[in-house]
Write a protein that binds this ligand. Structure first.
Ligand SMILES: Nc1nc2c(c(=O)[nH]1)N[C@@H](CNc1ccc(C(=O)N[C@@H](CCC(=O)N[C@@H](CCC(=O)N[C@@H](CCC(=O)O)C(=O)O)C(=O)O)C(=O)O)cc1)CN2
Ligand code: MET
Ligand SMILES: [Zn+2]
Length: 783
C-alpha cells in the first residue's frame, strides 16, 4: 500500500514557544532544563499531531533549538577552533556561541580573556527566507561524533509509542553548503574523513530500531560543482550497509534534471522528488527507476499555502502506482514544512472567503493522507475531504476577489519610458547634490531604528484594542520626533524616520495593499529565534491610499536636513510573501511595482527629495539554476525600475541590499540604476570590494562600514580603516557612509555610540577632498 510521509515539521511552536524559551535562556531567565523541557513538549506535540493525521512515516531530528545545519556541525564535531571547545559532546554554551558569537563581556564573566569571538556566518537556505549557519572547514579538519541528538530524539519518540524516520542532512550537501577557510581547500575532499561519523550515526540508529533514515541532499537540484557526482557515488556506496537503516534520499526545491540519473543510480531504498516545483520529472523517474527502489512523490507544496489540487496530484500518484505498484510508492509534501505556518485553525480572523483556499502545515498533512486514501481505497474513502477540496479550488479559481480589471488595464499599457530615468546618472547626481547640499562622503542609515520593548508593547496594545488609534499614532509621532533629534545630535547628513510604525518591512506594506492578507499566528522561522509572518498575496495588487507619506513628511517637518523615505521594493515584497500560483511571478511583481510607483510619486510630490527602495531579497529570488538567471533578472530589474523611475532627475533614488553574496549579480544591480546603493559589506570585512575591482559600478555606493548583527560598538579607527579600503575602489565623489543594514534589532545604547563613531570616521577623508564643499550649492561631480 502507498505510504503517507512527511519530511519535516516546523519547530518554533504555534505560539513561538521555542523562541520565548531560547531567548529566556540567553537572558538567564530560563534554566537549561526548562529550555529542554519546552523543546521536548514541542516535539511530543508535533509528533502527536502527525500521528493523529494518519501519517505512516513521521520525521524525527527535524527539530532544532536553532538551526539544523548547526545541529549537523555539532553532530560531526566540526566546531571551529576559535570557540575553544574541548569536550566530548558539544554543550549548549558552545552550540549557541557558534550561532551568536561571544561578547567580550561574556568572556570576562566566564573568567576568560579576549576580544570576543565572531559567530559562524549565516546565509540563505537555497531560495528561501530561512537562514542557516555556514559550516567552516580548514585543511586539518577532523570530524568525530559529538552529539547523539538524532538517536536521542528517535528514542524519545519511541518512548511515546511513535515510530519515526530520523532526518539527517546528507554528507555531500553538508560539505557543499560549507565554506573552506582557505582558498585552496575543496570541502568535498573532506568526505573520506566525514563518512565514518555518518556511518556511526547510522549504525546507532539501526541499533536503536530505526528502519529508515531520511538523508536530505537538496544540493542535487543545483548545478553540481566538479567532484560532486563522484562524492555522491562514494558517499552512498559507503553508507548503504546491512548494519545501517535503509536510506531515503530526499531532494527538494527543484528538479534533478541532469542529475536525475545520478540520483536514481545511488544505492538507497527510496528517492524523494519535488513534483510541485518540477512535475515534469515524474515521467523520466518512472521510466528509469531501478527495480528495487521506492519513489517518494512530493505532491503537496511545502513552500506555499494554497490547497493542493487533489485531482491533479492523485492522477500523478496513480501514474506512479501503475508503473511501480503500490508497494513502491510513497506520497508526501514537496519539502519540509518548515517554510509554512503551522495551523490554519489558529487564524480565526482570516478573511472567511479566502481562508478555505489555504492549507498550513497541519492541513497539508491531511492532504497527504487524503491523497494516500484516494489512491489506496478509492474516492469514496476520501469522502467529504475530496469534495471540500474541489469546491475550495473551484471557488478560488472563479472568485472575483482575485481580479481587478483596473490593475489589468494598467498592466497592459506599460511602456518602456516608464522604467527609464530622464538624464544619465552623472547629470542627475549633480542636480541632486545641488539640491541636497551634502558634504562629500555623506552619512546615512538604512531606515529602521531600535524597535524597543516599549514600542512593541504599544503596538500589541493597539492591536488588542486596548490603545486607541489616536493614542498609538501620537506615540509613533513622538518616537519619530525623538529619532530625528537623536540623528541630528549624532550629526548624520541624510536622516530617516526610523520605521517605528512597521512590525516588519514586508508585512507593513501587505497590510495596506489590496490583494494581500496578513496572519495573526502564521509565524515562520527566518533564523534562530527570529520569525516572520509572510503575508498571503491572493489577488491583483493595488494601492488603496498612501502608505508611508504621513510618517515620512512628519519626520521631514521635524528637521531642515533631508529625510529619506523608505519603501520595500517589489521583488522583496514578492519574495517574502506567499504568492499566488495562478499567474507568473513576474506579473505579480509588476503589480506590486506599480503600487509602489504611486507611493514613490506621492512621496516626491510631498517634497521628499530622497527615496530608498529596499531590495534585500533580490539575490535570494535568483533561480537555483544559472540557466534561469537572465530571465529572472530581467523582470526583477524591470520591476525595480518601474517602481522608481517615476521621479524627476532631482529626486535621489536609493536602494539597499544585505544578507547575501552579490558578486554574481553586480551587473543586474547596476542595471537598477538607483542613484545610491547601500550594501552589506562590513560583516565580511569588505570582501565585496574585491568584486568592485573587477566590475566598475557606475553609480554611488555605500558599502556598509558597521556590522549591525552584533551588539559590539565599532571603533572610529576600525571604520576609518574600512573607509580607506573602500576609497581604493570607489571614488570619493560616489562614496557614501552607512551601516550594513537597519538597526531595528539593536538597542539605542549600542546604536548611538556606533553611529557617532561612524560620523567621526567620515570626517577625516572628507577633509582630504579638494575643494571642500561648503554649505552653498557648489557640489560638482568630478569623477
Ligand atoms: N520579512 C522579513 N524577512 C527578512 C527580514 C525582515 O526584516 N523581514 N530580515 C532578514 C533577516 N530576518 C529577520 C526576520 C525577523 C526578524 C525579527 O526581528 N522578527 C521578530 C518579529 C517581528 C514582528 O513581526 N514583530 C511584531 C510582533 C511582535 C511580537 O512578538 N509581539 C508579541 C507581544 C510583544 C509585547 O507585548 O511586548 C506577541 O505578539 O506576542 C511587531 O513588532 O508588532 C521576532 O522574531 O521577534 C529579524 C530579522 C531577512 N529576512
Ligand atoms: C533587511 S533590509 C532592512 C531594510 C530596512 N529599511 C531597515 O532598515 O530595517
Ligand atoms: Zn538590510
Amino acid at each position: 500500500m502507498i505510504q503517507a510521509t512527511n519530511l519535516g515539521f516546523p519547530r518554533i511552536g504555534l505560539h513561538r514557544e521555542l523562541k520565548w524559551a531560547v531567548e529566556g535562556y540567553w537572558a538567564g531567565r530560563t534554566s537549561e532544563d526548562a529550555l529542554q523541557e519546552t523543546a521536548r513538549q514541542l516535539r511530543a506535540r508535533h509528533w502527536q499531531w502527525q500521528q493523529e493525521a494518519g501519517l505512516d512515516q513521521i520525521p524525527s531530528n527535524d527539530f532544532s533549538l536553532y538551526d539544523h545545519v548547526l545541529d549537523t556541525i555539532a553532530l560531526v564535531g566540526a566546531v571551529p577552533e576559535r570557540f575553544g571547545w574541548k569536550g566530548e559532546t558539544v554543550d549548549l554554551t558552545t552550540y549557541f556561541a557558534m550561532a551568536r558569537g561571544v561578547q567580550e563581556k561574556e568572556l570576562e564573566a566566564r573568567g576568560l580573556e579576549g576580544t570576543g569571538v565572531p559567530p559562524l556566518e549565516m546565509t540563505k537556505w537555497f531560495d528561501t527566507n530561512y537562514h542557516y549557519l555556514v559550516p567552516e572547514f580548514h585543511p586539518e579538519q577532523r570530524f568525530r561524533l559529538a552529539s547523539t541528538k538524532p538517536i536521542d530524539e528517535y528514542l524519545e519518540a519511541k518512548a511515546l509509542g511513535i515510530e519515526t524516520r530520523p532526518v539527517l542532512l546528507g554528507p555531500v550537501s553538508f560539505l557543499l553548503l560549507g565554506r573552506a577557510t582557505v582558498a585552496h581547500l575543496d570541502p568535498l575532499t573532506l568526505l573520506d574523513r566525514l563518512l565514518p561519523v555518518y556511518a556511526e550515526v547510522l549504525h546507532r540508529l539501526k541499533a536503536a530500531g530505526a528502519r529508515y533514515v531520511q538523508m536530505d541532499e537538496p544540493c542535487l537540484v543545483l548545478d553540481l560543482p566538479p567532484g560532486a557526482r563522484q562524492a555522491y557515488e562514494q558517499a552512498y556506496a559507503a553508507l548503504n550497509r546491512p548494519e545501517h537503516p535503509a536510506l531515503v534520499l530526499t531532494t527538494y526545491f527543484g528538479g534533478l534534471e541532469e542529475n536525475l540519473p545520478l540520483a536514481l543510480s545511488l544505492p538507497v531504498a527510496a528517492v524523494h522528488l519535488d513534483l510541485v516545483r518540477a512535475p515534469e520529472q515524474l515521467d523520466s523517474a518512472l521510466a528509469h527507476l531501478p527495480e528495487d527502489r521506492i519513489l517518494s512523490l512530493g505532491l503537496v507544496d511545502g513552500r506555499n499555502v494554497w490547497r493542493t489540487d487533489l485531482d491533479v496530484a492523485a492522477s500523478m500518484l496513480r501514474r506512479a502506482v501503475d508503473a511501480l505498484g503500490r508497494e513502491r510508492v510513497w506520497v508526501g509534501p514537496s519539502c519540509s514544512l518548515l517554510h509554512v505556518p503551522i495551523d490554519l485553525d489558529a487564524e480565526p480572523e482570516l478573511d472567511p472567503e479566502i481562508r478555505p483556499w489555504m492549507a498550513f502545515a497541519r492541513q497539508k498533512l491531511d492532504e497527504v493522507v487524503t491523497l494516500k486514501c484516494l489512491v489506496n481505497e478509492g474516492e469514496a474513502a476520501a469522502g467529504d475531504r475530496l469534495e471540500a477540496a474541489r469546491r475550495a479550488r473551484q471557488e478560488r479559481l472563479t472568485s472575483a476577489r482575485r481580479i481587478d480589471p483596473e490593475v489589468r488595464r494598467r498592466l497592459a499599457t506599460l511602456s518602456p519610458e516608464m522604467s527609464r530615468r530622464g538624464r544619465p546618472f552623472a547629470e542627475r547626481y549633480a542636480l541632486q547634490r545641488t539640491r541636497l547640499k551634502l558634504p562629500p562622503l555623506p552619512t546615512t542609515t538604512i531606515g529602521s531604528f531600535p524597535q524597543t520593548d516599549e514600542l512593541r508593547r504599544q503596538r500589541a496594545a493597539f492591536r488588542r484594542g486596548e490603545l486607541s488609534r489616536a493614542a498609538y499614532e501620537q506615540f509613533l509621532e513622538a518616537t519619530i520626533a525623538e529619532t530625528i533629534a537623536r540623528q541630528e545630535a549624532i550629526g548624520l547628513d541624510v536622516l530617516v524616520h526610523g520605521e517605528p510604525e512597521r512590525s516588519d518591512m514586508v508585512e507593513y506594506f501587505a497590510e495596506q495593499l489590496q490583494g494581500f492578507l496578513v496572519t495573526q499566528n502564521g509565524w515562520v522561522q527566518s533564523y534562530g529565534t527570529r520569525c516572520v509572518r509572510p503575508p498571503i498575496l491572493y489577488g491583483d495588487v493595488a494601492r488603496r491610499s498612501p502608505m508611508t507619506v504621513r510618517w515620512t513628511t512628519f519626520a521631514q517637518r521635524c528637521t531642515a536636513r533631508p529625510v529619506k523615505g523608505i519603501l520595500t521594493g517589489p521583488v522583496t515584497i514578492l519574495q517574502w510573501s506567499f504568492v499566488r500560483d495562478d499567474q507568473p511571478r513576474a506579473d505579480t511583481c509588476r503589480q506590486i511595482a506599480l503600487a509602489l510607483r504611486d507611493e514613490v510619486a506621492d512621496l516626491e510630490a510631498a517634497g521628499i527629495a530622497v527615496i530608498q527602495i529596499d531590495e534585500p531579497a533580490l539575490r535570494e529570488g535568483l533561480p537555483l539554476r544559472r540557466r534561469d538567471w537572465p530571465a529572472y533578472l530581467e523582470w526583477a530589474v524591470e520591476c525595480f525600475r518601474l517602481a522608481s523611475c517615476v521621479v524627476r532627475d532631482e529626486t535621489q533614488i536609493h536602494t539597499h541590499m544585505c544578507y547575501a553574496d552579490f558578486e554574481d549579480i553586480l551587473e543586474a544591480i547596476a542595471a537598477l540604476d538607483a542613484d545610491v546603493i547601500s550594501i552589506e559589506a562590513a560583516r565580511s570585512r569588505m570582501a565585496l570590494l574585491d568584486a568592485f575591482r573587477r566590475f566598475h559600478y557606475p553609480n554611488a555606493i555605500g558599502p556598509g562600514v558597521y556590522d549591525i548583527h552584533s551588539p559590539r560598538v565599532p571603533s572610529v579607527e576600525e571604520i576609518e580603516a574600512l573607509l580607506e579600503r573602500a576609497l581604493e575602489v570607489i571614488p570619493a565623489e560616489r562614496l557614501w557612509v552607512n551601516p550594513d543594514c537597519g538597526l531595528k534589532t539593536r538597542r539605542w545604547a549600542e546604536v548611538e555610540p556606533a553611529l557617532r563613531h561612524m560620523v567621526q570616521a567620515a570626517v577625516q577623508p572628507r577633509q582630504d577632498q579638494t575643494p571642500p564643499l561648503g554649505p552653498t550649492p557648489s557640489g560638482r561631480l568630478t569623477g
